[in-house]
Design a protein around this ligand. Sequence first.
Ligand SMILES: Cc1cc2nc3c(=O)[nH]c(=O)nc-3n(C[C@H](O)[C@H](O)[C@H](O)COP(=O)(O)OP(=O)(O)OC[C@H]3O[C@@H](n4cnc5c(N)ncnc54)[C@H](O)[C@@H]3O)c2cc1C
Length: 394
Amino acid sequence: MGTIRDYFAKTPLQRERLSQIGRLSDRLAVDAHVADERNQLSLAAIEALKAIHYPAFTVPREWGGLGIGLYEWVLYQERLAQGDASIALGIGWHLGIIYDLREKRSWPDAVFRQLCKEVVEKGALVNRAATERATGSPSRGGKPQTVAIRKQDGYELRGRKTFTTLAPVVDYFIVTATIEGTEEHAEFLVQRETPGVRIDPTWNMVGMRGTSSHDLVLDGVRLPAEALVYVKASRHQGTASPYLLFIPACYLGIALAAREEALKFAASYQPNTLNHPILYTPNVQQWLGQMELELSAARHYLYAVAERWDARPDDPAYLEPELGAVKTYAVQTALSVVDKAMRVVGAHGLALSHPLQRMYRDVRFGLHNPPMDDMVIHSLAQRAVKEAETAGGS
Ligand SMILES: Cc1cc2nc3c(=O)[nH]c(=O)nc-3n(C[C@H](O)[C@H](O)[C@H](O)COP(=O)(O)OP(=O)(O)OC[C@H]3O[C@@H](n4cnc5c(N)ncnc54)[C@H](O)[C@@H]3O)c2cc1C
């Protein structure tokens, strides 16, 4: 019989890989607690992911990766997040960026190929450093205050990025900058050892503490001309992209882990007012049933959208708003499920030694990962408005 954990695995290969990642995820859960207490990402977790070549899972097959699709990747991300959500979010950025570049081929081929080579051979990690204090969420299209100054032999970068997830272990940062004297918004590939690159350890939040999403400081960083990998036509990143589905997967992973804690507790807790564990009380079963309902709906939504995207829809523009809608729905669900799990466990879950209180703090961060809820709702409304206008005009 299948379980809630492997319910969405479709092939024997997916089941096998999911079970390997599941074993790893269960081991990571211990470190996740320590990482949260120390406000430090787990280096052991990163090494463990590299040991199973996880960073190369979305690298194109012809360049030595597994080239997995969106559905399969979401499956593994959700499972990883059950053990360590911070690590799942961090490695999700890396794998998502590679997936996106693989699909769009928006960079010079030689640069992407070299990056993939390093991912496959050395487990190199990449992340995008786009957020700044002045821009807020980059998905809203704020102008980067980080500047790229043209020099005879390339560029010089100056600026500060906030929220740079996995900053202590990222090998390549994709830095967004405005090219001085223009309105051009470009991306530069910056190797962490380049002189002038510095991490300022500013990350001290109430949750997702193990992401070490510190500030990245670029203090006169000299780069060759080839470091400019992409010039954006518009600063707006749009509301949704398939590669961002690791975000709903991450927060649903937290919700699944909270559900498991609630079940474990309910099956073992028997106060002396009862002659059976609280698992069999109607009030607890009401919470459990509601959690199952909410999780099931959100997971079916997530996996259905991922599957449709993998099938390369005829009309991707129609599906696009759903990529964002899934994130909004999944995070709302995750917040609600974790809250219900906390109610089942009662005050026991508020002990600092209990994993539920970490999940309760971590899950809140989903609200502040892209795409942003108001933009998602707006894009869904626009799709409906367009339909009404078309119907009205026909
Ligand atoms: C755990 C975590 C990891 C992250 N990792 C990365 C990373 O690796 N790289 C990276 O670049 N970023 C990263 N981010 C940053 C993230 O993408 C957001 O930029 C950041 O969280 C700010 O989100 P915010 O909701 O506070 O947005 P803000 O834009 O600062 O918004 C704050 C408030 O103002 C409102 N608001 C702001 N602008 C507008 C507007 N134009 N119109 C209407 N309302 C507005 C918002 O709705 C909200 O109520 C990470 C964030 C988190 C939480």
